[in-house]
Design a protein around this ligand. Structure first.
Ligand code: 5AD
Ligand code: SF4
Length: 443
């Protein structure tokens, strides 16, 4: 067997795509942990923020010496940077053999064939989705998975002013429901108990395709699959979060009480310039409605600070929104220019040091809120799906609550893949700590 080294940057869609790539070539290649042991190196890249893109050039640049030592080594740059840069990658990194955009990763075997025949380098950045993919997923870390990703749609039609995704992943296309259900059934047979349905904007699933169910209906169909205990999904666009979906979240028992609902900013002026298509008030009204229907729901969000033209007052509005919603966790970023994204042309850029100050303010406030929410779990019994042993402490088990909080806990026996009750005794900034109470399912 030959050996492949796969490195994945970026979002969960990329992790899924990397698993796909491996599934496509696993009869010929086995996984290895070091680039120097590999016959094939695949770097699945992200270009959503500048930092992620720079990392790719750094890593692939350092592979040059390996290629010199072993000219047979095949190097592929895949994903969003590949799509965005295309041929330019070969100019900067002439030792690369394949440049495959996010929709071309499914054509990896053909590209490999060409390179091996000496017809490389191959550049494939065509938007030609192929949803007829193999259903068997080896997990990239080689262990029996308890949870898995399932892509249900690709691309994005929203064109937020800061975002490169519509250019790197193309227009929205939903995957046929039969294929989604078949894939999940197959995963459940392999022991998967929780799925995360993936898409750039899952709640507009099926809107463009004739005869497809709505996302809420799809959730109801997924919930019929026996042996699947938990359903999650990401990412949701606030403008497409409708009543039908809120009801589905509230009344399907398998759908977990967690929603990632990126708000990006708290000021209407900034939201408008970002082209987010909702106001602060509309967003808050949806959060309120959702919390009425589903009392336990836990929210997380994405925040961008330093968007062009953002004033100190606008930042105050973001801070006040954080106080009002009280997210369990936020992912916050300094705005960075992205090729093709509209805001790159905006002239009123915020200086880097100011962006850093604003980010620090956001972090400080959120740290306090997260801490308070984590502390509110102390003394409560929570349901945890056990994923395995904790990486940092082999004597502890680790898993997540339905609200998506990480729980590390003590417990006897083999608990992996079981659904358990844990009594929370203490907490840190990023996790809860407790003791096993009893096993609910999986014995
Ligand atoms: N600059 C900073 N953050 C960005 N994001 C997307 N594009 C940019 C950009 N140009 C953030 C958004 C999005 C998350 C995945 O990345 O918050 O929700
Ligand atoms: Fe980017 Fe906006 Fe689409 Fe999300 S919804 S991928 S932020 S364009």
């Amino acid at each position: 067997m030959k050996r492949v080294f796969i490195r994945t940057f970026g979002c969960q869609m990329n992790e899924y795509d990397s698993e796909r790539m491996y599934a496509l070539i696993k009869d010929e290649y086995t996984l290895c942990q070091e680039p120097k042991e590999a016959d094939l190196i695949l770097v699945n890249t992200c270009s959503v923020r500048k930092k992620a893109e720079e990392k790719v050039y750094g890593l692939v640049g350092r592979l040059k010496h390996l290629k010199k030592q072993r000219p047979d080594l095949i190097i592929g740059v895949c994903g969003c940077v590949a799509q965005q840069e295309g041929e330019k990658i070969l100019k900067r990194l002439p030792h690369v053999d394949m440049v495959l955009g996010p929709q071309a990763v499914y054509r990896l075997p053909e590209a490999l064939e060409k390179v091996k025949k000496g017809q490389g380098p191959v550049i494939d950045t065509e938007f030609k989705p192929d949803f007829h993919q193999p259903l068997i997923f080896p997990h990239l870390n080689g262990t029996r998975p308890v949870k898995a990703f399932v892509t249900i749609m690709q691309g994005c039609d929203n064109f937020c002013a800061y975002c490169v995704v519509p250019y790197t992943r193309g227009r929205e296309i939903s995957r046929p429901p039969e294929e989604i259900l078949a894939e999940i059934e197959c995963l459940v047979k392999q022991g998967v108990r929780e799925v995360m349905l993936l898409g750039q904007n899952v709640n507009s699933y099926g809107r463009k395709e004739k005869g497809f169910p709505s996302f809420a209906k799809l959730l109801r169909e997924v919930a019929q699959i026996k042996g699947l205990w938990r359903i999650r999904f990401t990412t949701s666009h606030p403008k497409d979060l409708d009543h039908e979906l809120m009801e589905a979240i509230a009344d399907i028992p398998q759908v977990c009480e967690h929603l990632h609902l990126p708000v990006q900013a708290g000021s209407n002026r900034v939201l408008k310039r970002m082209n987010r298509k909702y106001t602060r008030e509309e967003y808050l009204a949806k959060v309120e409605q959702l919390r009425k229907l589903c009392l336990e729901i836990c929210l997380t969000t994405d925040i961008i600070v330093g968007f062009p033209g953002e004033s100190p007052e606008d930042v105050e509005e973001t801070l006040s929104l954080l106080k009002e919603v009280r997210y369990a966790e936020i992912f916050s970023f300094k705005y960075s220019d992205r090729p093709l994204a509209r805001a790159t042309q905006f002239e009123d850029k915020v200086p880097e040091e100011e962006k850093a100050r604003r980010l620090a303010k956001v972090h400080k406030l959120q740290e306090k809120i997260t801490r308070e929410i984590n502390e509110s779990f102390i003394g409560r019994e929570v349901e945890v799906l056990v994923e395995g042993k904790s990486h940092s402490n082999e004597t502890l088990w680790t898993g997540r609550t339905r609200s998506n909080h990480v729980v590390n806990f003590e417990g006897e026996g083999d608990l992996k893949g079981k659904l358990v009750h844990v009594l929370i005794e203490s907490c840190g900034q990023h996790s809860l700590r407790g003791q096993l109470v009893n096993i609910l399912r999986g014995e």
